[in-house]
Design a protein around this ligand. Structure first.
Ligand code: HEM
Ligand code: HEM
Length: 207
């Protein structure tokens, strides 16, 4: 069915910017990721990779064993929910429609417009090039953090995967940097959601 035909059959649905499955998986993911980051920071603090650790006031789990329990519990929520989002994103054509293509020239132009306060958000259904890049990037970071997480969780059973990532120690760094990328994304993402509140409304009620 063409887009026009869909619009005549169901006019109200045509105003929907984010369908239900996007909104539900988005907010389930937000909860899961907070638990994964908080418990991950506690695991990190038990044996830091760098000369810093995270204050226990912002970690989840209280101690290493508690944090691992949280990490492995929320992992299922994160992975199952993420799979639903990615599979539906591909099957419904949403990713192709909303996130592609990403053109270098457009990224530069939209970035300039954003930094000078001239980037319009008139049509929430269309992402600008910077949004496309960040959303696709965080989805890829999500895939990398799952693969590296599996590699350090089951380094014996999944030794081929661990080897592809350069071994156990390297996979730990990959896992850590993927977390850092997601946290970096989140800082910008949450600020933008409140700078453009109608986008937040659309992610809650759909339009
Ligand atoms: C399938 C999903 C995941 C699995 C199987 C997994 C598994 C693991 C394992 C086994 C560790 C312990 C590593 C060690 O003992 O040093 C760990 C640490 C960690 N995880 Fe995950 N994880 C997953 C997803 C995530 C996500 C989504 C985040 C955050 C966005 C995250 C953040 C961290 C952090 C920050 C650490 C501590 C890093 C370190 O010091 O090694 N993980 N993860
Ligand atoms: C409290 C935390 C969060 C808030 C307030 C928030 C808010 C929003 C809003 C308002 C949108 C629609 C924005 C737009 O029109 O561009 C959106 C989309 C999106 N968010 Fe979040 N978000 C949060 C957490 C997260 C997390 C943790 C992730 C992933 C790690 C994430 C990934 C995405 C993605 C990929 C989209 C695009 C979804 C699609 O169109 O299919 N968000 N978010």
């Amino acid at each position: 069915m063409t887009a026009e035909a869909t619009a005549t059959v169901a006019p109200p649905a045509s105003r929907t910017i984010h369908p239900g499955w996007v909104r539900v998986t988005h907010w389930v993911n937000a909860v899961a990721i907070v638990v994964m980051i908080g418990s991950g920071w506690e695991i990190y603090t038990a044996s830091p990779l760098f000369p810093f650790s995270f204050s226990r006031t912002i970690t989840i789990g209280g101690w290493l064993a508690g944090a691992l329990l949280w990490h492995f519990a929320a992992m299922w929520l994160f992975v199952v929910n993420g799979l639903v989002y990615v599979v539906l994103g591909i099957l419904t054509g949403r990713f192709r429609r909303k996130l592609l293509p990403i053109r270098l020239g457009e990224i530069a132009a939209d970035m300039r417009a954003a930094l000078t306060g001239r980037l319009a958000h008139d049509d929430l259904a269309v992402y600008n090039a910077v949004q496309k890049l960040l959303y696709l990037g965080v989805i890829i970071a999500g895939v990398i953090i799952v693969l590296s997480g599996l590699a350090i969780w089951k380094p014996v059973q999944l030794q081929e995967l661990t080897a592809v990532l350069g071994g156990y120690e390297a996979a730990r760094y990959v896992h850590f940097f993927a977390m850092a990328a997601i946290v970096g994304f989140l800082l910008i993402h949450v600020v933008m959601a409140f700078v453009v509140p109608k986008s937040l409304r659309a992610m809650i009620i759909g339009r």
